[in-house]
Design a protein around this ligand. Structure first.
Ligand code: ADP
Length: 162
């Protein structure tokens, strides 16, 4: 698997699947979740309601249509809140997202830095958690693209990527 990093908006990524940092309710929210629902349109929420009537557990992943996004699918994960959830739940998000991607046959997948926004996870450790999973994963995904929203986050990921 190739691990790449870009700076930009995840909703603009031309990939098979984009990963959403959702919440347990799976009915939209702020941050990257809000951006994906806005850009994807109402089809994303409709599919969330249909596929996740009881929401999604922390650390788990599930997919919906990507609606109007360039991607085919949105893979939703629920990251842990720093100080409440565990690091294993954070790595589980990436592991489960890759499993879901494999199930869909998605070859290129764009990831936000799960839990590193409103959920307060320290950015350096959030990057390390993602890289640990990508580097050890047995997955048919050809490219895991880490999408940094701002320049400092891009520099941090690029540095840890080596
Ligand atoms: P969480 O609740 O899991 O912390 P957030 O959406 O608050 O999720 O933040 C996760 C990361 O996504 C943060 O690093 C934030 O800067 C980044 N982010 C927010 N909007 C976008 C976007 N449109 N594209 C890519 N990354 C984004």
């Amino acid at each position: 698997m190739e691990i790449t990093v870009v700076q930009g908006d995840i909703t603009a990524q031309d990939v098979d699947a984009v990963v959403n940092a959702a919440n347990n309710a799976m009915r939209g929210g702020g941050g990257v979740d809000g951006a994906i629902h806005r850009a994807g349109g109402p089809a994303v929420l409709e599919d969330c309601v249909r596929r996740f009537p009881h929401g999604l557990a922390t650390g788990d992943a599930g997919w919906t249509t990507a609606g109007d996004l360039p991607a085919r699918w949105v893979i939703h994960v629920v990251g842990p809140i720093h100080g409440h959830g565990s690091r294993d739940q954070l790595t589980s998000c990436y592991r489960r997202a890759l499993e879901v991607a494999d199930g869909l046959g998605a070859s290129t997948v764009a990831f936000p830095l799960v839990s590193a926004g409103v959920y307060g996870w320290p950015k350096g450790d959030a990057v390390d958690a993602a890289l640990e999973v990508f580097r050890s994963a047995r997955s048919a995904v050809a490219e895991s693209r880490m999408v940094a929203f701002d320049r400092p986050t891009y520099d941090l990921i690029a540095e840890r990527l080596g």
